[in-house]
Design a protein around this ligand. Structure first.
Ligand code: G6P
Ligand code: MG
Length: 897
């Protein structure tokens, strides 16, 4: 179901004013000598003033005239008004503001539907009146709760269908009103009293559950195409669509039956490449029940969907099935709201009996085309395709739709038969699983997370210029990303080193050649991202490719070194050497702009990214007092990557010494010296003796940016930190200020800038955790490692067995697991995190060239047994088992080693 509006009750939901109503009534009842208790009060909640008085007077023998009643009701109101004088903005109940903020960000309308005539005063005192799109004026309402009028009035005024609204109430009468209005009812309080609610929360601190319902959308992605629909499989609002190469090829794809809204919809199966939804259309006034089953997948530039409509009623039905279609060819940056829209010609449409073609030529001169084909004849009503179905009882009407997309002179893919296509996709996913290492443990949760991760990774692999490159994430980053693709490849070495090979090749292919301020290209630099939508092609956004990243280049070298360790592929290494040397040259020259030995960044162009490490939001580098640091910025973790790159290149040069024996020796020594100097200086400049931790960064004056963050955690992974210092870092990372219970936060909860709902200042990122876990493993911090492993594994259960890009950093003891509302899912380096976590706990060290595969495993409490099959090191595949026996961890290789 898709929701567009949330309607709040006031008393007892937004503020704890229900107790003031009680106190006021109690005072009046005492004066009148009438018995009144909390039980009777429960019946007053949500009920208007006069009706409330009537309920109280049920306990009195005296009959009151209307005049008297008005007098007493007014008296109660005077008492009540005194109570509410004390209200301040601090009285807004916990969770309300957080929820409101998320709703606003998601474009969901909000309203207050309160029976209280004091509502405007209360909301003003609370300082949030202007936050709502509409507040129902209770004095104009004829019927109070449980009548739906209040909620229906709110829905009309925010312009959202009642069926697409969620109502939040603390009273039984209010819940009844919401249900009668045909809305989804969320109760706040006692489930016994709020029996009729669709969902009951203890309080709004638990608002994440409401966000979950609202955010329900379905994404399927395969290679370059992805589709995001609402929970019914439709594309209606601006945030949905079918996308290809940074462009929206379908902006409307909305199914209706006789213009009716469905009663129920259920996602029956959801995989990366496939979704199945069952939808029921039921009319209460007659016995018509129609059931629709939608099944869809993506294969080779085509989105396939099959529709099966079944008549579950007793008489023959005629149904008009309509599909509203449109293609706006908007650039993804416009859909995201990042850049405004200047476009080429208006899209053209051609309609034939069995197909609709949308065509658009952009300002870049590129023709983009969406071809929608049906396997049944259709007629048209404006933009709608109409199928007529005559359905005797128990009979079905079926049709299929294929949506093919092309850019420029791409050839239209041949459309396969629906089931043949589906089988081909399934087969390709199975083949991918077989290509990867198989991992089975005695922990079902881990097993399904692992399986899902393998599938996520497969669906994110772009066929990009002949290379298989993991896209960073769906929906916003469905393109090659220097940093993300490289990190994902590092994390995936153990399960499939082939990813790394293609990432290295593509990164080298697009390695910077010249100096360009706008795109931040520099000789030897590795790209940040490569886009190819209209805005990119016309230069409206600088992403074709963009080079504003300071870590991708050292990470490229780190990956090359690790890839070599896993494969021993000397031919490949030789082939990559020129690119590696250019990258190394960049690290030493352009990377270190002031020649102080540290790598620091400052954007070359106003439109470029302010921050060019992985925490790339504008406010991600902040001192303990919350002040934003000024560039040039030298991030802690990038010094670590550079150290690792120097050490790795020194080793690679040593291996390559037969290519250029004279020169190489000097290079090895020079790089080792450079690494040692960087290590020394890093400790000197970044270590904060008073805080016993490393600074997040150095600012323009080489002053420490002194927040406690996860950044130095990456330095454990890189190995730049000396032993004693490493212990301080590791301990701090799993202490309560950094560890939320679900993972390590990006920033300590003690910092001024800490915000558990921010992108980089307190949220939890699985990939960040996984690199730190590899660091724990490198230094032998096994206990620390187990804690992180178990936390993330548990968190995955809260996200349907998947790790998202990030989630909120709230303390586990205080709040349930809360999703970050606009996190990408799947996200490559989140999907690959379980692989890195696994590598960490297995303590794997490999040297393919020497045929060394060693394990130093530890097992988290949640796992007693791990079987790994087909782990590729060099040309060999290894099978092994790790087991906890009598409290001790043992392992054995099956073959190969
Ligand atoms: C809300 C409260 C009731 C109250 C009613 C009228 O619905 O839950 O307890 O009686 O508003 O409030 P008023 O402030 O107009 O008396
Ligand atoms: Mg209430």
């Amino acid at each position: 179901m898709h929701y567009g509006g949330v309607i709040f009750d006031l008393d007892g939901v937004i503020a704890d004013t229900a107790r003031f109503h009680y106190e006021a009534w109690k005072k009046l009842a005492d004066e009148l000598g009438i018995y009144f208790d909390k039980k009777t009060n429960e019946r007053l909640k949500g009920i208007g003033r006069m009706e409330s008085l009537d309920i109280i007077l049920e306990n009195s023998n005296i009959s009151y005239t209307l005049e008297q009643k008005k007098y007493y009701a007014e008296k109660k109101n005077e008492y009540y008004k005194q109570f509410i004088q004390t209200l301040t903005p601090d009285d807004v109940l916990p969770g309300v503001k957080e929820l409101m903020e998320i709703l606003k960000r998601k474009g969901i309308k909000t309203a207050v539907a309160s029976a209280s005539k004091n509502a405007p005063t209360v909301l003003n005192k609370l300082g949030i009146a202007s936050e709502f799109d509409y507040i129902v004026d209770a004095s104009r309402i004829r019927k109070g709760k449980p009548d739906p009028e209040l909620f229906l009035t709110a829905a009309i005024n925010i312009g959202v269908e009642p069926s697409e609204c969620i109502g939040i109430e603390d009273s039984a009468a209010g819940i009844e009103a919401i249900k009668r209005a045909g809305m989804f009812a969320v109760g706040v309080g006692d489930p016994k009293i709020l029996k009729k609610a669709d969902m009951v929360l203890k309080d709004l601190k638990d608002y994440g559950k409401i966000v979950d319902i609202i955010c329900e959308n379905i994404t399927i992605n395969n290679d370059r195409i992805f589709i995001v629909t609402d929970g019914k499989g439709n594309i209606k609002e601006d945030r949905y669509g079918l996308f290809y190469k940074d462009t929206r090829f379908l902006s409307k794809y909305d199914l209706e039956i006789d213009g009716k809204k469905p009663k129920l919809s259920k996602i029956t199966s959801e995989k990366n490449f496939l979704k199945e939804i069952s939808i029921e259309y039921k009319e209460d006034d007659n016995d018509r029940i129609l059931q629709m089953y939608r099944k869809s997948f993506i294969y080779e530039n085509t989105f396939y969907e099959s529709f099966v409509l079944k008549n579950c009623g007793l008489k023959t039905e005629i149904a008009n099935v309509t599909l509203d279609l449109d293609a706006d060819f908007k650039d993804i940056f416009d859909v995201r709201g990042f850049a405004g829209g200047i476009y080429g010609s208006k899209p053209g449409v051609q309609r034939e009996a069995r197909q609709v073609v949308f065509e658009y030529t952009g300002l870049d001169g590129v023709l983009r085309k969406t071809t929608v084909q049906f396997n049944q004849d259709a007629r048209y009503e404006k933009n709608k395709v109409v199928f007529m179905a005559e359905l005797p009882p128990n009979k079905v009407f079926t049709f299929e739709v294929h949506v093919n997309v092309t850019v420029g002179n791409e050839k239209k893919a041949t459309t396969l038969d629906f089931y043949e296509g589906l089988k081909t996709v399934e087969k390709s996913f199975n083949e991918w699983s077989m290509e990867c290492a198989e991992v089975i443990t005695d922990n079902e949760r881990f097993n399904s997370l692992y399986k899902r991760s393998i599938e996520d990774l497969r669906s994110l692999l772009l066929n990009y210029e002949g290379y298989r490159i993991p896209a960073a994430g769906i929906p916003w980053f469905a393109v090659p990303f220097g940093r993300d693709s490289i990190v994902c490849a590092v994390q995936s070495l153990m399960i499939n080193p082939g990813i790394a090979r293609d990432v290295l090749l593509l990164a080298a292919k697009y390695q910077g050649l010249k100096l360009d301020g706008r795109s931040e290209e520099e000789p030897g630099k590795i790209f940040h991202e490569i886009r190819e939508g209209e805005f990119t092609n016309t230069g409206m956004v600088p992403f074709g490719p963009y080079y504003g990243t300071h870590d991708a280049t050292p990470l490229f070298l780190v990956l090359l070194h690790k890839y070599y360790k896993w494969t021993g592929d000397i031919e490949f290494l030789r082939k990559m050497l020129p690119a590696a040397e250019k990258a190394l040259e960049w690290v030493i020259s352009y990377g270190d702009r002031d020649n102080d030995g540290f790598l620091e960044y400052m954007r070359a162009d106003e439109k470029g990214f302010t921050n060019q490490g992985w925490k790339d939001s504008e406010d991600s580098v902040r001192a303990s007092d919350g002040k934003i640091a000024s560039p040039p910025i030298a991030l802690a973790e990038i010094q670590g990557y550079a150290y690792d790159a120097y050490m790795g290149m020194a080793e690679l040069y040593k291996i390559l010494k037969d290519t250029d024996p004279g020169n190489i020796k000097d290079k090895v020594e020079a790089l080792k010296n450079k690494a040692a100097a960087l290590r020394r200086n890093f400790h000197k400049a970044f270590w904060m003796e008073d805080k016993k931790y490393f600074a997040e960064a150095l600012d323009r004056n080489k002053r420490q940016v002194d927040s406690i963050t996860s950044n130095p955690g990456h330095c454990l992974w890189s190995g730049i930190i000396d032993g004693v210092y490493a212990k301080y870092v590791a301990d701090r990372l799993i202490s309560p200020e950094m560890f939320s219970g679900w993972g390590i936060r990006t920033m300590s909860s003690k910092e001024a800038a800490y915000d558990p709902e921010s992108y980089h200042n307190g949220s939890v990122w699985p990939h960040d955790n996984s690199l730190i876990a590899l660091g724990f493993s490198r230094y032998g911090f096994w206990e620390h490692l187990k804690v992180v492993f178990d936390a993330l594994l548990e968190a995955s259960a809260g996200f349907h067995g998947r790790l998202p890009e990030l989630f909120c950093g709230y303390d586990k003891r205080e709040r349930p697991l809360t999703q970050y509302p606009v996190a990408c899912s799947p996200q490559a380096w989140a999907a690959a995190s379980p692989f890195a976590l696994l590598e960490a706990i297995l303590g794997i060290r490999v040297d393919a060239q020497k045929g060394i595969v060693s394990l130093d495993p530890t097992l988290p409490d949640s796992i007693n047994h791990i079987t790994v099959k087909r782990m590729r090191v060099g040309e060999k595949l290894y099978d092994f088992e790790v087991e906890r026996k009598n409290g001790k961890v043992e392992y054995s290789f099956k073959k190969g080693a």
